[in-house]
Design a protein around this ligand. Structure first.
Ligand SMILES: NC(=O)C1=CN([C@@H]2O[C@H](COP(=O)(O)OP(=O)(O)OC[C@H]3O[C@@H](n4cnc5c(N)ncnc54)[C@H](OP(=O)(O)O)[C@@H]3O)[C@@H](O)[C@H]2O)C=CC1
Ligand SMILES: Cc1cn([C@H]2C[C@H](O)[C@@H](COP(=O)(O)OP(=O)(O)O[C@H]3O[C@@H](C)C(=O)[C@@H](O)[C@H]3O)O2)c(=O)[nH]c1=O
Length: 258
């Protein structure tokens, strides 16, 4: 039976994989949160990979605080770049296939027609730069990999994400101001988790770089509207369009992952 190591198991994607793992009875899942496996510690990474007989490692561990990365880029790079390098090296030594998740924020958002995997990257914030470096380490180190770039990831029922922040604020009766001039594709963690387990692992997709999202292109404002509607919270006066929401990090204006 193939063994699958999942890192970052308490994050929203790692948690989601845990939730659906029981339906994939051909695989033996081992879920490790930060405490059980800190990917920035090479000796821990080596120990876990060298002793686990894993066919796959799905890396869901990451530093995803886009604002925090501007303040502390060292931390973002330690996790999103050097941590990923540790995994790639240990995976190579153990012939473990590495499945890594990356982001639309590796692009600058200037190309409205959309981005394919052949398009040039040009991250405009520290989070995006650190994620790109992680991708590059994998590509340099270990051929048996999948890098799946996704965007605007959310889980309705677990974790910290835009969907839950907006639903919570609206539920508390807060007035919402949301930018209507940044566009992207929201992605449901359950759809991404199914894609990884079914399309990639079960159907043995060729190794390489992929883009995945299940949502239509929309603005954050339109996404917020959708969230309010879905939760029966739609009140016109509670949601206001704005052109600016004060943040430290620059964000790409328009990313349609194709
Ligand atoms: N969220 C999004 O909108 C998007 C995310 N992605 C990518 O998808 C992947 C999954 O993201 P998502 O589930 O949203 O992220 P989350 O922030 O929900 O989860 C990330 C997990 O990684 C853990 N982690 C942090 N540092 C380490 C470390 N040193 N060693 C091990 N684990 C660590 C965190 O634990 P702790 O809480 O203890 O720090 C957290 O549980 C990431 O690669 C992310 O870059 C891509 C596009 C969009
Ligand atoms: C919460 C909130 C955000 N915003 C704005 C700020 C920002 O421009 C945009 C998105 O806000 P957030 O900070 O929640 O999202 P952000 O952290 O930028 O989301 C990104 O996370 C990383 C991990 C990714 O990989 C990306 O794909 C993307 O999902 O919406 C508002 O206008 N109003 C609000 O009430």
């Amino acid at each position: 039976m193939d063994r699958i190591l999942v890192t970052g198991a308490k994050g929203q994607l790692g948690w989601t994989i845990g939730q659906i793992s029981e339906f994939y009875t051909d695989f033996d899942f081992v879920l490790k949160d930060t405490k059980a496996l800190d990917i920035t510690q090479p000796e821990k990474v080596d120990y876990v990979l060298d002793n686990g007989h894993y066919t796959y490692c799905i890396n869901c561990a990451a530093y995803t605080d886009v604002e925090g990365a501007e303040k502390d880029p060292k931390k973002a790079f330690a996790i999103n770049a050097e941590g990923v390098r540790n995994l790639a090296e240990a995976c190579k030594r153990n012939q473990t296939i590495l499945i890594h998740v990356s982001t639309d924020y590796v692009f600058d958002g200037e190309k409205e027609e959309g981005y394919t995997v052949d398009d040039k990257t040009n991250p405009i914030n520290e989070y995006g730069k650190s994620k790109l470096k992680g991708e590059q380490y994998i590509q340099e180190i270990w051929g048996d990999h999948y890098i799946v770039r996704t965007s605007w990831l959310y889980c309705r029922v677990y974790g910290k994400n835009f969907y839950r922040t907006i639903a919570e604020k609206a539920g508390n009766g807060e007035q919402l101001k949301v930018v209507d001039n940044q566009f992207g594709r929201p992605t449901d963690t359950f759809e991404l988790a199914e894609h990884i387990l079914s399309d990639i692992i079960f159907n043995k997709k060729p190794f390489g770089l992929y883009h995945f999202s299940d949502g239509d292109v929309m603005s954050w404002y339109e996404f917020a509207e959708m969230i309010l509607k879905e939760n029966g919270l739609k009140r016109d006066e509670s949601l206001q369009r704005v052109k600016e929401y004060r943040t430290l990090a620059k964000r790409p204006i328009f990313v349609n992952l194709k």
